[in-house]
Design a protein around this ligand. Structure first.
Ligand code: PLP
Length: 223
């Protein structure tokens, strides 16, 4: 099927409150434009260099999300325009995002990436680390970032029940944070679910799914 057909099919199954991020990593700007012509405006990339290159060539009303691991020394390249950073996993990185946001007279929205998978390779904070970060004075002092929610990736497994359990745990933690009276901002976004597991993620409370291969086709590599 074509990119527009794939998009229409996926969109028709999404509840109204779930935002679809079209993950265009490794695919050329022409593929992004095919999705754009159907009305899709939110795209995700996992590498800074690729994100910056595509943003420079494509329409300015596209909202770009960084979904992959971010190194502090690369924040400056995306700070002028990025809409949402999904993958914040340290207060050090948050401080650099804050610094670069200030330089650009912006407030940058970020999600904290939480480690929920049963794998060694995934980045992210534990529940405890996340809660400690949100309660820290260091975090409280930052004025040009806004934490709007959490992001998580389930284990890459065929075991649907394990995936469901991991998403359920993240949703429980998300609700727990929103019930803390010490947190002075509500978290509204729960970014979980990719091509292989977004249906389960939505059943477990996802509000934002990051879908790549089901829209754009298979990639030669995944990271
Ligand atoms: C690549 C990627 C996705 C999309 O993966 P698909 O399986 O192609 O849908 C989602 N989230 C992150 C963080 C990714 O790197």
């Amino acid at each position: 099927m074509s990119i527009p057909e794939n998009l229409r099919k996926i969109k028709s199954t999404l509840p109204d409150n779930v935002i679809l991020i079209a993950v265009s990593k490794t695919h050329p700007p022409e593929a992004v434009m095919e999705a754009y012509t159907t009305g899709q405006r939110v795209f995700g990339e996992n590498k800074v260099q690729e994100l910056v290159a595509k943003a420079g060539q494509l329409p300015k009303d596209i909202q770009w999300h960084l979904i992959g691991h971010l190194q502090s020394n690369k924040v400056k390249y995306i700070a002028p325009f990025v809409t949402l950073i999904h993958s914040v996993d340290s207060v050090g990185l948050l401080k650099e995002i804050d610094r670069q946001a200030k330089k650009n007279y912006r407030v940058i929205s970020c999600l904290l990436q939480i480690y929920i998978a049963d794998e060694e390779t995934k980045f992210g904070l534990s529940f405890q680390e996340c809660e400690a970060l949100l309660k820290s004075a260091e975090f409280g002092a930052l004025q040009n970032i806004k934490i709007t929610g959490l992001m998580g990736m389930a284990t890459n497994t065929e075991n649907q029940e394990q995936i469901r359990k991991e998403f359920k745990n993240l949703k429980t933690f998300f609700d727990h944070l929103n019930n803390l009276s010490t947190l002075n901002s509500q978290l509204s976004t729960l970014s979980m679910g990719m091509s292989s597991d977004y249906k389960i993620a939505i059943e477990e409370g996802s509000t934002m799914v990051r879908v790549g291969s089901s829209i754009f086709g298979y990639r030669d590599y995944t990271e």
